[in-house]
Ligand binder design. Sequence first.
Ligand code: TA6
Length: 309
Amino acid sequence: MIVTVTLNAAIDKTYHLPALAAGQVSRVDRVYAEPGGKGINVARVVALQGVPVLATGFAGGSNGDFIERGLTRQGIVHDFVKIEGESRICLNIMDQDGVSTELLEPGPTIAGQEMEAMRQKLALLAARAKVVAFSGSLPAGVPKSFYAELIEIAQRQGAVVFLDTSGEALLRGAEAKPYFIKPNEDEVAQWLGHSIEDENALKQGLLRLNETGIPCISVSMGAQGSLAAFHGVCYRVHAPKVEAVNAVGCGDAYVAGMAIGTAQGLPVEECLRLATASGTANALTARAGYVEPEDVKRLLGEVVVERIG
Ligand code: TA6
């Protein structure tokens, strides 16, 4: 089983409208409202590919109820820590040219006993999991070291741990040496303490990070694919060219593909291929964190994984 952890779960609302004009009334043509937040997106993309998954995290208030009901309706097993506060709404406003504007609420404030309930729940769930994937921002009240704490709990239970977050939550979380991380180029530069001029410098930087005890690192290059350093070997992954409909959630779908490949013990190249095909398939749908399994299967053959030393 794959377990996903979303500490700042959300209702992801996507508004499709002709054009967003600041200071004016804009009428929305189509609205999608889905359980979201990065880890929940990962869970949905895993489930859509027929792989057993459980979504956990914090959920509260009527938005939390919506998230849980939505997951049940989508056939995704879930077990959240119920909190006093209200889970957030994240808005993605898409205009007819495909330009996306995201408005992400900060989310609720988590109390000390709610964090303790999360530690205990995670210990039980991680004991049944092959992969535990932590994704997304930390809600208020949660210390920046919380991911590191949870990662250590999951690792003690024998799970392989993924961490997809950003900023200080990533830097602190990485101290617990997760198996897989997905930083952006700026975060890698911050880590290394110097700027990165070109792809070769990025490659050298990722290999140095491998040496610090994080075996698998992918840096997204958007529609161009990704650069990855896995166990001291670098790969340039070329994504298939597609007509993107909605790029929100592509990174989460990438993590989902990587989690499936890792849980199934696939070779590194195949994990990267599945991750990239899943991420690209997400871009083909209007919904965030969603893929058509046939798209993933078709795109798998179009991903090029190049070993670059
Ligand atoms: O990756 C897209 C997305 O997952 C949206 O679904 C939205 O919920 C948001 O990211 C949340 O990101 P955050 O980093 O604030 O947890």
